[in-house]
Unconditional design. Sequence first.
Length: 67
Amino acid sequence: METSINCAEACVNGCILGDQCPNREYIPATENFISNTSLDQMLEIAEEAIRKKRMQPPTWVLPDLSD
């Protein structure tokens, strides 16, 4: 039985699915990143992502008026 949950909301305090979690394959890479990346490096990565996002042209969302 496959359970569909929003992990970003349901697992804020830790995974609620345990061994049934569909994202378990990412755990080793995540643990490696956290263990080997300083907080300063993480902040630099986040700042760069924000800078790139700000430099992108605006995205216009036009409503579909074909009623």
